[in-house]
Design a protein around this ligand. Structure first.
Ligand code: HEM
Length: 550
């Protein structure tokens, strides 16, 4: 690997390689400890090739096991693909780890917002923010989820006027829905991105693109003296950031100015029917007014804007991509939506009765985890437990070790899942105790034995962790699942979707999330509601009296 790096194979030129070698001295930590960890045989040029990083990490996982090391010169990072080791890192010994490289990449964008924050900053902010995602808040959000989806439906209805077929990039549509929802839900700001394009929207997409560029570009050249001024994309990035920061500062100032005792009282009671502005910002200002500095509040808002927008849009994109290629699953989904929701606006009671939609979203998150890799750095020495498959001994690692938790690998591990690469939502109703692992891994529990509708890291003992796990688990998981369920149910009810090209044409690219390389180009036409009397019986979706069991 070191040789490949210095020689600059593949699409790295010699000159660039030399530059990268020098600059990388400030990036990954020195190769600390972990001498007993298997070293993957690869080339750094593989990492810079056409394939997304996580695909190469998978190949090495199959060759080298659940814990392996990629070393280049004096630097290294450890790749973890095993649920027992992941459980150790995220839950059992979480306070020995911070976000390392990720915090360095994100600092200029999110400062010390909740995702990149060091543990000391993170603790009080987490305590302040988690209560904001109360069940009553979600209930207050659900009609807004439907309103924002309806904007897209109106646009698509206009496109398919008089019943003709139309073409649309559904990935962009999901991004628009996601942006409008996160703007309204987090700071009561209507981006209106489904119908307009404003400088703020352009700036959000610009900053997202840069966050993505930084998380896939392995060397932080933007830290070099003068890069912010000399490199055009860095100048653009600074300008975009200033636009969003101004917007957020304005919203914070406004929320403070318009603070009302009545609203604060109603929020205290979680009575959202009496609150004029149910956004998270309102909650944080009214309930936690004295706690944070404005900069901290802005960092947290920016974090949630970025964390909650692209992720949910990516889930919807890959869900639709998978569904149109699996007619049996699509038919079951349609039957469930038609029976439970029909033409109504989805409400919280409906969500609980859509177990097949829940399983579809979970299966999409299993195959396309957002983000595919979680990043950690050890704050002190530690011993990683032995992975389920491989060495029987644990691995001592040193303070400063950089770790990549490959959720992609865990979710597609042939040691944990039957047919790991196939899209099969029904798998979440199966049990896997995997007796061979002698009690070290509890396996996963089927739907009827789970407390929540959606499978998660608890019911799978860290084999399925779409929202991470342990202390730093996603705070927006229920928000995201509910949003995705509402959007999917409403769109499936109203339109037929089919791919405009071949599945391979969609392509895959990665940044903070996995997205398509070329957009999700689809053909749409209006779907006849099952009650439509003009519809020939054979074409009518079959109605079932009960929600479809998973
Ligand atoms: C953390 C995934 C939606 C806010 C995380 C983490 C994951 C994740 C995997 C853990 C990161 C780590 O351990 O390094 C997702 C997915 C989403 C989603 C797949 C959509 C399907 C949201 C939404 C919000 C949000 C809607 C906010 C409105 C956050 C925050 C954290 C986080 C603030 C940091 C928590 C902490 O460190 O305490 N998310 N997320 N996410 N997510 Fe999400």
């Amino acid at each position: 690997l070191a040789t490949g790096f210095v020689k600059g194979k593949g699409n790295l030129s010699d000159g660039l390689s030399r530059l990268l070698t020098e600059v990388s001295q400030g990036y990954f930590q020195p190769n600390v400890g972990g001498e007993t960890i298997p070293v993957a045989q690869g080339e750094l040029s593989d990492l810079a090739g056409d394939e997304p990083l996580f695909k190469n990490l998978f190949t090495w996982f199959i060759q080298s096991g659940g814990v392996y090391k990629l070393a280049f010169g004096p630097k290294a990072f450890i790749v973890v693909s095993d649920p027992v080791v992941v459980r150790h890192l995220l839950k059992e010994n979480y306070d020995n780890y911070d976000k390392g490289v990720l915090a360095e990449i994100l600092e200029p964008i999110m400062g010390k917002g909740l995702i990149p924050a060091d543990l000391e900053t993170w603790k009080p902010r987490r305590r302040a923010i988690v209560p904001a995602f109360h069940k009553a808040y979600l209930a207050a959000m659900i009609s807004m989820f439907a309103d924002c989806t309806q904007r897209s439906i109106d646009k698509m209805t206009a496109l398919t006027e008089s019943g003709q077929e139309a073409s649309i990039d559904m990935e962009q549509e999901f991004l628009n829905i996601g942006l409008d929802i996160i703007g309204l839900g987090v700071f009561n700001y209507d981006f209106g991105s489904i119908s307009t394009e404003s400088p703020v929207i352009k700036a959000v997409y610009g900053v997202l693109k840069e966050a993505e560029h930084r998380s896939t570009f392995y060397i932080p050249y933007w830290n070099l003296p003068g890069a912010a001024v000399l490199v055009p994309r860095q100048r653009r990035f600074r300008a975009d950031l200033a636009v969003i920061n101004d917007c957020l500062d304005g919203l914070i100032a406004q929320a403070k100015r318009t603070r009302q005792a009545d609203d604060a009282e109603a929020l205290q009671q979680r009575d959202y029917s009496k609150v004029t502005d149910p956004s998270l910002l309102r909650f944080l200002v009214d309930m936690r007014g004295a706690d944070p500095t404005d900069k901290q509040l802005r960092d947290d808002l920016m974090t949630m804007l970025i964390a909650g927008h692209e992720t949910t849009a990516a889930v919807l994109t890959w869900t639709l991509f998978a569904l149109v290629q699996h007619p049996a699953a699509l038919e079951k989904a349609l039957a469930e939506v038609d029976t439970v929701v029909g033409d109504a606006r989805p409400a919280l009671e409906h969500i609980q009765q859509l177990p097949y939609i829940a399983a579809i979203l979970a299966e999409s998150l299993r195959l396309y985890p957002q983000p595919p890799i979680l990043i950690r750095r050890a704050l002190g020495d530690d011993v990683l437990p032995a992975p389920l498959n491989g060495d029987q001994n644990g691995y001592p690692i040193g303070k400063g070790a950089d770790l990549f938790i490959s959720v992609w690998n865990v979710h597609r591990s042939p040691h944990l899942w039957r047919d790991p690469d196939s899209f099969r939502p029904e798998r979440f109703s199966e049990t896997n105790k995997n007796e061979g692992f002698e009690g070290r891994w509890a396996g996963y529990r089927p739907s009827e034995q789970r407390s929540s509708l959606y499978p998660n890291e608890v019911s799978s003992d860290f084999a399925f962790l779409p929202f991470g796990g342990g202390a730093r688990k996603c705070v927006g998981d229920q928000f995201a699942f509910t949003e995705a369920t509402v959007a999917l149910a409403m769109l499936l009810r109203r339109f037929h979707f089919s791919l405009a090209g071949r599945p391979e044409d969609v392509g895959m690219a990665t940044g903070a999330t996995i997205h398509t390389a070329n957009g999700l180009k689809m053909r749409i036409r209006r779907r006849h509601a099952p009650a439509d009397p003009s519809l020939p019986a054979s074409e009518a979706p079959k109605l079932q009296q009960q929600p479809v069991a998973v």
